[in-house]
Ligand binder design. Structure first.
Ligand SMILES: C[S@@+](CC[C@H](N)C(=O)[O-])C[C@H]1O[C@@H](n2cnc3c(N)ncnc32)[C@H](O)[C@@H]1O
Length: 229
């Protein structure tokens, strides 16, 4: 039986409606890439590994003046999430099938992101898989390079060890300060969070502020030289 053509997920600028006249000033400097993708200069927030998309779908719906980009490296999850987003007709949401480490490390313009959301990143338990863990030093520096000054990184996980490692690598970078007065803006539980809570595992979460740091001294333009994982 002939197979239907495979739909490739792509970022398109077609069908992007003109930005609504809200009178709200963007908090992030306009960057050509974001205007191309979203058709406006609203602040951009990125979710890494949205999975079923509970967070990003809900937030894009209730915060129409913020643009959301979701980076998911599973083809099936990306296609499913694109379908849900299309059904909800959210003009401020784009979903990209991509390795987040590569996109953040190589494609995102400097100081152009208002916030990152990383909820329940894969723990990669086996030693031989450790290199796949997201929060290596290269990835942390890529987050720092692309976050606007004063931007936020929101993190949650049900793995105590992973949480400690993430906190340590962010603090050691000198580019982030944990902000105990804030918590990730999660108004609904994500799928993995629900599973963790059902197992009786507690969830750790934190918000980090991007602080000024001499990034030029440590950041090599053009990528993080294989240390992204
Ligand atoms: C444990 S799931 C969590 C999903 C969702 N955030 C939640 O809380 O339900 C991790 C997700 O991150 C995605 N992922 C893992 N590594 C990634 C990478 N390098 N780039 C983009 N997505 C990634 C996985 O495919 C998966 O959907």
């Amino acid at each position: 039986m002939p197979q239907p053509p495979r739909r490739e997920p792509v970022i398109r600028d077609a069908d992007v409606p003109p930005p609504p006249d809200t009178g709200v000033a963007p908090t992030v400097a306009p960057a050509g890439l974001w205007r191309f993708i979203f058709g406006n200069d609203n602040p951009v927030e990125i979710e890494i590994g949205p999975g079923t998309g509970t967070f990003v779908l809900a937030n894009a719906a209730v915060r129409p003046q913020t643009n959301f980009l979701a980076l998911e490296n599973s083809r099936s999850r990306t296609l499913h999430l694109q379908q849900l987003a299309a059904e909800r007709a959210l003009p401020n949401l784009r979903i990209l099938l991509a390795d987040a480490a590569c996109v953040v490390g190589r494609l995102i313009p400097p100081e152009s992101v208002a916030a990152y959301h990383v909820y329940f990143p894969d723990p990669w338990w086996k030693r031989r898989h450790h290199r796949r863990r997201l929060f290596g030093s290269g990835f942390v520096l890529a987050l720092a390079r692309t976050l606007a000054p004063g931007g936020f990184l929101h993190v949650a996980t049900d793995v105590e060890d992973a949480f400690a490692r993430i906190v340590q690598s962010l603090q050691e970078s000198g580019c982030f300060r944990r902000d105990p007065s804030r918590r990730p803006p999660r108004n609904t539980q994500t799928s993995f969070e629900r599973k963790a809570l059902l197992r009786g595992v507690s969830v750790r979460e934190a918000t980090f502020l991007r602080i000024a740091a001499p990034l030029d001294a440590v950041w090599e333009p053009g990528g993080a030289g294989g240390s992204l994982q």
